[in-house]
Design a protein around this ligand. Sequence first.
Ligand SMILES: C[S@@+](CC[C@H](N)C(=O)[O-])C[C@H]1O[C@@H](n2cnc3c(N)ncnc32)[C@H](O)[C@@H]1O
Length: 299
Amino acid sequence: MDDLFVSRSQETLAKDTSVVPEFWQQKYRSDASRNWDRFYHHNTTNFFKNRHWTDRVFEELRPGHLFSEEKPILLEIGCGVGNFVWPVLERNPDIFIYACDFSKRAIEFVKQNEGYAQKRCQAFVCDITKDRLADTIPPHSVDIVSAIFVFSALPPEKQAAAIANIVEILKPGGRILFRDYGIYDIAQLRFKSGHKLENNLYVRQDGTLAYYFSKERLHELFVQHGGLVELDNDYVISRLKNFKKNIDVERVFTQARFQAPIDSGLLEKAMTNTQITIPAATSGETDGCGIIDMAMDMK
Ligand SMILES: C[S@@+](CC[C@H](N)C(=O)[O-])C[C@H]1O[C@@H](n2cnc3c(N)ncnc32)[C@H](O)[C@@H]1O
């Protein structure tokens, strides 16, 4: 990000001094899963397109990649209706995919998809901030966890709990593939006053939350709290131009890969380092994606 872009963005954000009142802050946080469920009620499977680009940006998703085990196991957290899952299943005949989401409706759509074959995938309802993944998936059994536009749906105070939850099912040496919204993304800069809950956290029209990540925040969460090793962590900036609609804007994403320590002793230490307790399973809240960001994700 160049200095001029950063200072202009900071100027724009500094103009919005109001925050959503406390009652509504709590409401958006506690109604998260309901709001996402409503999102899938309205949009069904039509909002996102299948994410065919993921193997271009994450080499781990290419068949025969040397990281892959003979039968690699992947977990997609916040899978929605499976737009990440289907292309990966198609390209990798030997992979097994767990897919979870806290929207019941989204998981029903996944199970109804013609690509859903029980020998190759298992979809289940789970709030990654409070339902133990290890109740469904054997501990330390997963090679890859994909987190594609899901952490932005979590309020910051719950993000570390989600990481602790993932670390419990990740194999020693297993990897987390992360892609999400970055700070100063055009969608963040365009929020009107009255949508900000706290720095970098906003609520969209449909009640879903949108958090915008800095590289530093990712490092703090995954490395300092999560005890993981950072393989890469950077911004991806892409220019979105549409002459007909007179659009010429910059999208900012964060893209990163983290790895669980290969030494299982260190992995146990990483888990205790997080000092996060995940209460016994009950299903809860959700996060959402708003139209501006969503439209962008569809590419
Ligand atoms: C933008 S969508 C991304 C869907 C999918 N990863 C993809 O790439 O198409 C975010 C998803 O995260 C889910 N989600 C948000 N918070 C969650 C939580 N705490 N636990 C599980 N899923 C969550 C939402 O229900 C939604 O389906």
